[in-house]
Design a protein. Structure first.
Length: 265
């Protein structure tokens, strides 16, 4: 407990929530505009009936800056914008879930700011992997389907954690495994539940490790929100509809089950 930081442990204020929601919505509009501008135009038919050669460059308009980029570079912009859009969808969905359950803490705001960046970078990395032929053969950029690449990049941004795990599984045979350090989050684990049984409406304390990002606790089929969360403990309330059995703590890193049954009196 002595090594834990108190930074960001307080609940997000109304101003924090409004600013974050406004930022994500404005970013969504900017990314959609960028994606439309960078999208390659459809092939045109010349008067003689033959297809015209595609344009060699694309002009963008970004807050008064009007860069002109080549067709190859436009695919970089497309996959990064699509990856960031996928990450924004994930951030918006997570934001309204935590706000709706009144469990959003200020420490999560940095994650929402950085998710679009990581989504864009993951989209670019997967694009380079596919174009490099590391997992499948690929031709020149004229043969690339922009719809397919944009869809893959958006899904990569939406499921960035799953993408990281997949890339690790694919390429871990080429690289030596890294040693676990303090910058790697511990997997969630429940050590004890206090008390071991209680009626609906009672306060329950769950102790363990890796609980700092817990979002809910399931009592059988019923789910309860969490409060006063730290890495080693959390507080919740037995919800209506709870049934006797092992508690399940839900976190972004996975779920953790209590070592013994909790009895609903």
């Amino acid at each position: 407990m002595g090594d834990e930081s108190s930074v960001g442990t307080r609940y997000a204020r109304t101003r924090d929530i409004v600013l974050m929601a406004a930022f994500l919505l404005l970013l969504t509009a900017a990314l959609l505009t960028l994606l439309v501008q960078a999208w390659p135009p459809a092939p045109q038919i010349a008067p003689d009936g033959r297809p015209e050669a595609p344009a060699k460059s694309v002009a963008l308009r970004l807050f008064g800056w009007r860069p002109v980029i080549g067709r190859e570079a436009s695919f970089f912009v497309i996959v990064m914008a699509a990856g960031a859009l996928g990450a924004v969808v994930h951030a918006l969905r997570s934001l309204y879930w935590y706000v709706g359950n009144r469990s959003l803490r200020r420490s999560w705001l940095m994650m929402y700011l950085l998710l679009p960046v990581t989504g864009a970078l993951f989209g670019l990395i997967v694009y380079l992997v596919l174009r490099g032929g590391l997992t499948s053969p690929a031709g020149g950029f004229t043969e690339v389907n922009p719809y397919g690449m944009a869809a893959i990049a958006a899904l990569v941004g939406l499921f960035s954690q799953e993408t990281a795990e997949k890339l690790r599984a694919v390429f871990q045979t080429l690289l030596s495994p890294a040693k676990a350090g303090r910058d790697q989050a511990l997997p969630p684990r429940v050590h004890a539940v206090e008390p071991a049984g209680a009626p609906v409406g009672s306060v329950v304390i769950v102790r363990g490790v890796g609980l700092g990002s817990a979002s809910a606790v399931r009592f059988g089929a019923a789910e309860a929100a969490v409060t006063d969360v730290t890495d080693t403990r959390l507080q919740t309330t037995v919800p209506p509809g709870a049934s006797t059995g092992r508690l399940v703590v839900t976190t972004p890193a996975g779920s953790a089950t209590s070592p013994a049954d909790f009895t609903v009196a």
